[in-house]
Design a protein around this ligand. Sequence first.
Ligand code: ADP
Ligand code: MG
Length: 328
Amino acid sequence: MLTLHNVGVRFGDKVAVAEVSLQLPEGEVLAVLGPSGCGKSTLLRAIAGLEELATGTVSVDGDDLAGVPTHRRGFALLFQDGQLFRHLDVAGNLAYPLRLRGASRGVIAERVEELLETVGLPGYGSRSVTTLSGGEQQRVALARALAAAPRLLLLDEPLSALDRALRERLAGDLRGILTGTGTTALLVTHDHDEAFTLADRMAVMFDGRIVQQGPTQQVWTHPADRQVAEFIGFSTFLKGAAAEVVRDAAHVESEDGTLALRRSALRVDDSGPLEGTVRAAAASSDAVRVELDLDGVGRVEGLAEQHATLRPGDRVRVRVDAAGMAEL
Ligand code: ADP
Ligand code: MG
């Protein structure tokens, strides 16, 4: 549906986006994941027609969009801070894009109620947007973006302004809403968990360039190199004999390359096959993060159960969860 071919954007001498080629099939969600400043928003704005292309083409169903102004592209944009009209109530915000398209009062009223149902806010139509929580405001902004049934929804870090618990819950809801409505969407984010939850396909961007793309699950389990692996949450990298000890404990075949481990790959567990010494332990919301000196392996990061009371110097046993491992 959406095809980017060799897209580049420059600001004076600065190359913000370079040689980006991506394809987004109808009904799928693609996440472009990358650190702050790598060019994600610029790429999104270029797709929307808000930045001029220095090179390449943006096309939809084979039609080049060069020269097609933003409001004629049939896309909707959703930003971090929903940008609701504060002088209108919730229904007024949702009605706005429908009124622009000349929908009748009856159609608008019906569609507004339907959209509020979709985003889990039935009956909120007459609420002033200033009385809504941050999460509710983002839901209304999403409903407004979906109101005109855009052929492509562009999302720029849509959940980044929300606190963590809400962000995790809303990410799951947003996934359900996008797939439930069959919306084709391109999301840009710096949060790898958000990309993982929301997207069918993932493209990793560094310094204006896409360095890896593929089905989300595949990128997640087969990062192309160490830089990508670190960015998507791998924190321990082992080679040679140290790596073999861990592979062996996980009952996976021996390999030559670098073994990458997420923190979740190494679990403090009395029945585990490995042994080590605790160097540091810090509680987080759902587990204890530990730094260990694993016998025969060296310094690694792992997890322990939330109730575990661990102190530096404690001897512990460790099991390996192969789901958190990748070979580079
Ligand atoms: P991201 O969204 O990944 O954080 P941006 O697309 O906002 O990154 O920015 C990419 C790079 O382009 C940054 O170095 C930024 O400073 C630069 N940039 C963005 N917009 C402009 C602009 N209008 N003029 C000049 N430089 C810009
Ligand atoms: Mg940005």
